[in-house]
Design a protein around this ligand. Structure first.
Ligand code: ZN
Ligand code: ZN
Length: 460
């Protein structure tokens, strides 16, 4: 009997696939995450692996690479089953060693044809459509990455924006009001200083911290959403990382092609930068996370995958005085999947799949006090940037209303948007909220803006 190993964190998807394949003579083995999948693959040596991409404890790219480098199972056929329509994800999956790449939801006929191709040796990678469920609730407990700090211990919990721009820093007279630095947000809460992303905005944050604490030891936690350059490029210029009394704990997830540490150090190799990551005198610890729920001191953190090329993570942080969600790069599914370039075979099933994916994100940010989210394009611009991995203003406002978000901060401003354009986008977003009789408050993230979480403090 042939054996297939189903690796997917969505039990319903595994169940549906199992029911489809059993009548065709397959013995089914299931794993709920990448780590478990690799262990079962080594133990059972299956004929075929069907593997999701976005999973906790070892993503599908890494599972594929690990299978290919393990002499005992390296010839196992691997079919990637994913909701990602990004061309780069497909390329990276094949680079990692996948034999096929199928888009969820996967019609049975497509699935059987693909299985036939890979198991009979006729390997002709093709992108097809799909049926089924996908990555949803990802839960686990994690070794707490605890740090403590005096800052914020007085209950003065707040969010402060240091970089709000997407893609590329854009200084100049047109961006003076909202700012030109790339992604960096500071959260001070419950005695912690948590930094979200290390775009060029982390440089002024570092200067500010050094001046504020005057050399006193700092314990900082840096959460990385993903390693596109606009989210890590400021790290080599982060002053606290050069002071040996400071502790900087960097947390993030493995990328589609490389681990977190190797990507962070690659941008500091000698052709690009004079000082290597390991030469930075600060006490820097890099943890590649495998779990999706953890704690930073008393702040509870949840993570989720966003829809963006490669591995990209959104964070939700629960503090004693309110919650903050940070999803700097994300392209909502429904409009993307409704367009011909990203459409799938069965329109109804594809739309249902997209709705479910967006609902997953709505659930993730449900009732959050502060939502910081990618709203790079207006409706007209989005039509020209479908599949670029970024949000459209109208969709983002709709998502925030459905999720009962209190305050929405438009983020990851397009480098081509000057202050006037961003202000127009805010006005448009407010109009949508008014028309839908929503109490949602909308602002555009702006460098230097502080948002107080304590209910009796007035945010700007
Ligand atoms: Zn970005
Ligand atoms: Zn990105």
């Amino acid at each position: 009997m042939k054996t297939v190993l189903l690796i997917d964190d969505e039990p319903v998807f595994r169940e549906v696939l199992g029911q489809l394949l059993e009548p065709h003579g397959w013995k089914i083995i299931e794993a709920g995450d990448g780590e478990e999948g690799l262990a079962l693959a080594a133990r059972h040596k299956p004929d075929l692996i069907l593997c999701d991409l976005m999973m906790p404890r070892c993503n599908g790219f890494a599972v594929t690479r690990a299978v290919r480098s393990d002499a005992r199972i390296k010839n196992t056929r691997i079919i990637i089953t994913t909701g990602s329509t990004y061309a780069t994800d497909r390329i990276h999956a094949f680079e990692a060693g996948a034999d096929e790449f199928l888009l969820k939801p996967i019609p049975l006929k497509e699935l059987l044809a693909a299985i036939d191709r890979v198991t009979t040796g006729r390997i002709t990678p093709s992108t097809t459509q799909a049926d089924g469920e996908s990555v949803s609730a990802i839960q686990a407990t994690l070794p707490p990455a605890r740090v403590t700090n005096a800052a914020g211990a007085d209950g003065n919990n707040f969010v402060r924006f240091w970089g709000v721009r997407g893609s590329l820093p854009t200084p100049g007279p047109g961006t003076i009001f909202y700012g030109g630095n790339t992604s960096c947000v500071e959260l001070r809460a419950d005695g912690e200083i948590i930094i979200l992303d290390a775009g060029s905005g982390i440089r002024p944050l570092g200067l500010h911290l050094a001046a504020e604490f005057k050399g006193a030891p700092l314990h900082l936690t840096l959460l990385i959403s993903h390693t596109h350059w606009d989210h890590i490029q400021g790290f080599p210029f982060f002053l606290p990382a050069y002071n040996p009394v400071n502790k900087v704990h960097v947390l993030g997830y493995e990328g589609s092609r490389q681990g977190l540490e190797s990507i962070l150090s690659a941008q500091m190799e000698s052709p690009y930068f004079p000082i290597g990551l390991k030469q930075m005198p600060g006490n820097i610890k890099i943890t590649e996370m495998r779990e999706f729920e953890f704690e930073v001191g008393r702040v509870k953190v949840k993570a989720t995958f966003t829809n963006h090329p490669g591995i990209c993570i959104g964070y939700r942080l629960e503090t004693s005085s309110g919650s903050v969600a940070y999803l700097p790069d994300n392209e909502p599914f429904q409009r993307l999947r409704s367009l011909p370039s990203h459409a799938t075979g069965d329109a109804t099933e594809s739309a249902a799949y997209a709705r479910k994916q967006d609902q997953r994100l709505i659930d993730f940010v449900k009732d959050v006090d502060v939502l910081i989210i990618d709203a790079q394009y207006n409706d007209r611009e989005y039509q020209k940037h479908v599949g670029w991995g970024h949000g459209c203003l109208d969709d983002v406002v709709g998502l925030a209303i459905l999720a009962n978000v209190k305050r929405l901060f438009l983020f990851h401003h397009d480098p081509g948007h000057d202050d006037a354009e961003i202000s127009r986008m805010v006005a448009w977003a407010r109009q949508i909220a008014t028309e839908r009789q929503s109490a949602l408050r909308v602002e555009a993230a702006r460098e230097g803006m502080e948002v107080f979480l304590k209910p009796d403090r007035k945010g700007k």
